[in-house]
Structure formats: structure tokens, C-alpha cells
Design a protein around this ligand. Sequence first.
Ligand code: ZN
Length: 181
Amino acid sequence: MFEDLKIIYWPDPRLRRLSEPVTVFDERLAALVARMLELMRQDRGVGLAAPQVGENLRLFVMNPTGEEGQDRVYVNPHLSDLEGEEENEEGCLSLPGINATIWRAKSVRMRARDLQGNEFEEVQTGFIPRVWQHETDHLNGTLITDRMGPVARLASRKILKELEEKFLSGGGVLPRKVKRA
Ligand code: ZN
């Protein structure tokens, strides 16, 4: 059903949309999640959000260790009780070649639904909430380029330019007011 789905790259404008809540928990949703997990694993990512495969839905998958059995799915995630601050290096499957130090809350409460639509809650500290915050940003059209400091921004200019050229030469079209990083 989703065999043709691929990871899309900055500056594809689909990465900038506000995603819509999931309302139907069916086989189609399960198939989408299965394909997203496959794509995440292929590119050795720790997380992948639906807009990164062009699907305008509030959901993401992650696997914090890369080990089998550690796959996690969060549908309609909601973060609260953000506490502390911590900076660490982050990359993004939609921004290949870019690594930047990003400030994130250290401890976070997550409320989300699973693939069956059941609500669950989790509180975590450290790496897992970092991924939660990165992926939830994607659902709101926010990327690490929006969160990086001036030094990282300057250091990324060449790679961003190359990504933009690749996008345009592949037939991609940018909206008139593209947000340049
Ligand atoms: Zn990302």
C-alpha cells in the first residue's frame, strides 16, 4: 500500500505544513507505520515523522537503540511538563549532512495514542524526550534549521545550498516565500 513512499528532503515545502490529527485507526494506518519503520531503519535513523514521507498526519515512529523489539509509535502526540534544559547534537533524515547542537527540555511528559487508538502516557528524561521533541517539531513544520544557533547556521550554509539545488534539479518547486535557513 505504501511501498512507493520515500523520505523527502529539505526544502520540500511538505516539511513545513502543520499536520492533521489522526482520526481513523485502521489497517491503512498500520501499513503506513510499518513502511515508516522500514524507511527509518534503512537510513539508520532513530525517529521518523509522517510529514517526512509526505503524509500530513500527526504521528511518528522511533527506535532509540536500533535494536529489534524497540520500535515505538506515537499517534497524536502531546508533550507537557517540559523541565530542564540540555544541549546535544542532532541530525535529521530530511536534512542529510546537517548536524547541529540543539537545546531541548531534559524531562518531558508524553501523552499519545497507539496504533489501536488507545491513549497512553510516559515520562522520560534524556535522549528519548529529545527525539520526541524533534519529531513533534516536524508535525508543526519546524526543523532543526529553525532551532540552531548562528554558528551552526553558518556552518550548514553550503550543505543547505546543495540540498536546495538537488531539490530544484529534481523538479521540485518552492513556494514564493520560502523560509531560508
Ligand atoms: Zn527530523
